[in-house]
Design a protein around this ligand. Structure first.
Ligand code: NAD
Ligand code: DAU
Length: 355
């Protein structure tokens, strides 16, 4: 079996659903169930003995030690993190606790467990750390995309905390020989993403006739990847990646934020026309994110060359499925968009004003 942390979040939940569609190997899911963790995303697995959700913190060493000793996973896949840049600007503490200290505690317990395994199991064991392209910092318009050897230059508390965790993971390989793998992926989108992130926020606001807040001039560039492609990349790295290596994962799909939002608006015009007019009328320029990275782009040739992975979805196919999914799942959206979410919208957007 495998231990997945953060499996009730966006990418973790997609990963588990895909995994159990493909394989019968059970998944133990350790998730703290923060605001971003949503067991409802895994509701289709109710009654499926191959998935067990344990509510808990990756930083709880006693709990992690007990789970490892009891379930004896062949791999730990660490998705758990505080993941939203804007939240890290408003309150970095949780990012340090989970992304840095939590990963450190998880590594310590994984190392102790791994060291106690019989030789064959020890050799087969993997610790896969799911990380981000944001650790590389920001690119200029003509810079080459990030490769695995681009120096780290994180600019937000979020990316700094992920960079710190990547360094710890690397050190546990170099120092102790723990068979680690790290993936650094670009922006994901798709079903089950919490609507604090650009694409689901825009879908939700547009369907409600609310402003579509574009930070700054809207020309910041991200490299978008459909979530199931990221999950496939993680499976490839787990199966065939070389311990101690890092793999960049990206969609070969750089787009400015404004184009993303206009695409979402056009799809909504087609799928759910608004009698009040085109959804793009709601686009509103607001105060920029402090320290806003201008451009991310991933050179994903290593994972293609060495492991045979490349994205299956184009942006056109992926964004169409995504908008459709949000329109078809109003119950999921309604429930995640209540309570804490409203407080967050007030915290993040009230002070920005229209530009
Ligand atoms: P998410 O915020 O949707 O989910 C994070 C999950 O981790 C939640 O279920 C949350 O409850 C859980 N969690 C948080 N703190 C925890 C703790 N201390 N112990 C146990 N569980 C905890 O995040 P996501 O978008 O699914 O991202 C998953 C991983 O992928 C993160 O490590 C993130 O840095 C990385 N990543 C994300 C993207 C992206 O575009 N979303 C891109 C590249 C890499
Ligand atoms: O690059 C990978 C990273 O992508 C992951 O590591 C992070 O976990 C994930 O959150 C994401 O980070 P970003 O900051 O790029 O994603 P976000 O969806 O928050 O923002 C995408 C772009 O859209 C960014 O340039 C900021 C802009 N934006 C975002 C929001 C929420 C807006 O213009 N308006 C908004 O309201």
């Amino acid at each position: 079996m495998i231990l997945v942390t953060g499996g009730a979040g966006f990418i973790g939940a997609n990963f588990i659903l895909d995994w159990l569609r493909l394989f019968d190997e059970p998944v133990l899911n350790l998730d703290k169930l923060t605001y971003a963790g949503n067991p409802e995303s895994l509701a289709s697995l109710a009654g499926d003995a191959r998935h067990v959700l344990v509510q808990g913190d990756i930083g709880d060493r006693a709990l992690v030690a007990r789970l490892l000793a009891t379930h004896r996973p062949r791999a730990v896949l660490n998705f758990a993190a505080e993941s939203h840049v804007d939240r890290s600007i408003h309150g970095p503490e949780d990012f340090i606790q989970t992304n840095v200290v939590g990963t450190f505690h998880l590594l310590e317990e994984a190392r102790a467990y791994w060291q106690g395994l019989p030789a064959a199991e020890q050799a087969a064991f993997r610790f896969l750390h799911v990380s981000t392209d944001e650790v590389y910092g920001s690119l200029g318009p003509d810079d080459a995309p990030f490769t695995e050897t681009t120096p780290y230059a994180p600019n937000s508390p979020y990316s700094a905390s992920k960079a710190a965790s990547d360094h710890l993971v690397r050190a546990y390989h170099h120092t102790y020989g723990l068979p680690v793998l790290t993936t650094n992926c670009s922006n994901n989108y798709g079903p089950l993403q919490f609507p604090e992130k650009l694409i689901p926020l825009m879908i939700l606001n547009a369907t409600r006739g609310l402003p579509l807040p574009i930070y700054g001039d809207g020309m910041n560039v991200r490299d978008w990847l459909y979530v199931s492609d990221h999950c496939a990349a993680i499976r490839a790295v787990l199966a065939r990646g070389r311990p101690g290596e890092t793999y960049n994962v990206g969609g070969w799909n750089e787009m400015p934020n404004l184009d993303i939002v206009k695409t979402v608006c056009a799809l909504l015009d087609e799928m759910r026309p608004d009698p009040a007019g085109p959804h793009a009328r709601l686009i509103t320029y607001v105060k920029d994110r402090p320290g806003h990275d201008r451009r991310y782009a991933i050179d994903a040739r290593k994972i293609d060359r060495e492991l045979g992975w490349k994205p299956a979805e184009t942006f056109d196919t992926g964004i169409r499925k995504t908008v459709r999914w949000y329109l078809d799942n109003p119950g999921w959206v309604e429930r995640v968009a209540s309570g804490e979410y409203r407080t967050w919208l007030n915290t993040n957007y009230a002070g920005r004003g229209a530009q």
